[in-house]
Design a protein around this ligand. Structure first.
Ligand code: DGY
Length: 328
């Protein structure tokens, strides 16, 4: 029997490629530093049984219409807002993602960004390198204390909970907002439920760890930012469009909030004329939350495993729309 054919939209780490070899035949976009162009993608997927993609690839109804034989779209990320899951489900295409393997790494990075922003690590580093460091100044580069401050987490899912667990060592009162109240989980974490407005009013640090959906798009905009303390810090490690960037820029310039740490942006890569890039009180890694070597290898391997499972008639470990399986 002929092997299933797949298209891989970016070279993956060796363990993932090894999982594919012998199980499927693949074609691949060979460049690591550039997403596959739309025309190439549309051309390459016409006869494939599966696609392994990244969050940089828009997998919409047009793609699915072209990929007539496609049975699985396997995303190398936990978030999948780049994939039209409803269109996939309608066509009987299984979508898979990579939850769990990146939870702890992503939570580590949320803290790295929070601490770097609160204690002005990036600004201080730039200052040292610039040769402007002349003396120790009593109030030079002073920031906000993390220990004992109130942490507000928006989205107490897997990653939000891992972020919450780490706050214990800093002795921080913990608030959370999540439309899915999970009282048992909140109790275990010592987190108190608050409405979004109350969380914004009371928190010293607001961390966004919620999925991007039509409901969460611009969840944090002018009104919400105005509720925050002038000393508060906003950290976004989920998806850029959850924050209205124009409103955030104004809030930072008008000193409505103190600083922001943003791993994600409305448009990625961030255009160089983005006004937020001009502000010293914004820390901006290039969407790195899951970027440890071990975790990225695990994510790619899980995506490969998901893809191969579907194409060899097995249940994939982490389906997004399992209802498609029931129909098969
Ligand atoms: C995800 O997995 O959704 C992250 O944003 C990338 O690791």
């Amino acid at each position: 029997m002929a092997m299933p054919q797949i298209y891989v939209t970016r070279p993956l780490p060796a363990p993932a490629m090894k999982l594919l070899e012998g199980a499927v035949q693949y074609r691949m976009w060979e460049r690591e530093d550039e997403p596959v162009q739309r025309e190439t993608l549309l051309r390459e997927i016409v006869d494939v049984d599966g696609i392994i993609c990244l969050l940089t690839d828009k997998m919409d109804a047009e793609v699915m219409e072209r990929a007539r034989r496609c049975r699985v779209i396997s995303q190398v990320a936990v978030g999948y807002d780049n994939i039209d899951v409803a269109a996939a489900t309608k066509r009987g295409i299984l979508v898979t993602n990579t939850p769990d393997v990146l939870t702890e790494t992503t939570a580590d990075m949320a803290w790295a960004i929070l601490m770097a922003t609160a204690r002005r690590v990036v600004e201080g580093d730039k200052y040292t390198r610039s040769g402007r460091w002349k003396t120790w100044e009593i109030m030079g580069f002073t920031g906000q204390d993390v220990h004992g401050a109130t942490l507000g987490i928006v989205g107490l899912g897997r990653i939000g909970s891992a972020i919450a667990r780490r706050s214990k060592g800093f002795n921080m009162p913990l608030l959370y907002h999540d439309p899915k109240h999970d009282d048992a989980r909140a109790q275990e974490l010592g987190a108190t439920y608050a409405s979004l407005d109350d969380l914004l009013r009371q928190s010293d640090f607001v961390v966004l760890s919620t999925a991007l959906t039509p409901t969460t798009r611009h969840l944090i905009s002018e009104r919400e930012l105005a509720l925050m303390k002038p000393t508060a810090i906003l950290v976004n490690i989920s998806r850029g469009p959850i924050v209205d960037q124009r409103a955030l820029y104004r809030a930072l310039v008008d000193k409505k909030i103190w600083a922001a740490g943003l791993d994600v942006f409305e448009a990625e890569p961030v255009p160089m004329d983005e006004p937020l890039l001009k502000l010293d009180n914004v820390v901006i890694p290039p969407h790195l939350a899951s970027a440890s070597i071990a975790t990225r290898i695990k994510m790619a391997a899980l995506a490969a495993e998901n893809c191969v499972a579907v194409l060899t008639g097995k249940r994939p470990p982490t389906p997004v729309n399992p209802e498609v399986l029931e129909r098969r």
